[in-house]
Design a protein. Structure first.
Length: 228
């Protein structure tokens, strides 16, 4: 939680500075809500299918992607008092390491930059005191940039790695808690993604290994919300 708060602080201060602006007069019943959040991205990264491995490199091998903590921005539009659509914006960076028989390989894929494009439709359950728990679901696509072969495999002749962008699905649950009647509140949110990617490893122009990975991250957030 300390990492989430640290990640959210710069955006939270910016939101607090903007909140009093007359053009953004807050309202607990406004159509638009903006959230600045500290977010933990907790992926899996395991191999779920080996598509090409002529040298048997993956025998007894498994992989894992590391966790990361980043600031995020969510924008939500209320279609009705209880139904909204939300999208998020953030980049998160990860690397892939080995486990099991691959445990000595501490850096297989490096600098994996992910933009988790997500659109969820949410239903809010109104409760006393303005507290609104919600559930949601919707499509996602992880756009992956900048991936590079890590130091554990460049010595084996791997010169390039490419990870595919694929469509997935996200489930969501959380709660919005009002701080005042001017639209300011606190938000706690959790998403579970069901998302795969295929990693293509090259030595020069030859593809020497192809593996499908389950990313399936939990994305857990907490921060400030402003509705207007």
């Amino acid at each position: 939680m300390k990492k989430l708060i640290t990640a959210a602080l710069p955006l939270a201060f910016a939101a607090a500075a903007l909140a009093p602006a007359p053009a953004l007069a807050g309202s607990a019943e406004g159509k638009l809500q903006v959230k600045v959040l500290g977010t933990g991205v907790l992926p899996d990264g395991k191999i779920v299918e080996v598509k090409k491995d002529p040298l048997g490199l993956t025998t007894g091998a498994q992989t894992k992607a590391n966790d990361n903590y980043v600031p995020t921005l969510a924008v939500e539009y209320f279609l009705t008092p209880n139904v909204s659509a939300e999208t998020i914006c953030c980049f998160t960076q990860h690397h892939v390491s080995g486990v099991g028989a691959l445990a000595p390989a501490t850096n297989i894929v490096d600098h994996v930059l992910v933009l988790p494009a997500t659109l969820t439709l949410k239903y809010h359950l109104p409760m006393g005191g303005g507290i609104k728990p919600y559930v949601g679901a919707g499509p996602s696509m992880f756009l992956i940039f900048g991936e590079k072969p890590g130091s554990s495999i460049t010595g084996l002749g791997v010169t390039k790695v490419k990870m595919s962008n694929e469509v997935g699905f996200a489930l969501q649950a959380g709660v919005d808690i009002p701080v005042n009647d001017k639209g300011l509140g606190v938000s706690i949110d959790a998403k579970k993604y069901f998302q795969d990617t295929t990693a293509h490893f090259y030595a020069g122009n030859a593809e020497v290994l192809t593996t499908k990975h389950s990313l399936d991250p939990w994305v857990v957030s907490a921060g400030l919300a402003y509705r207007f």
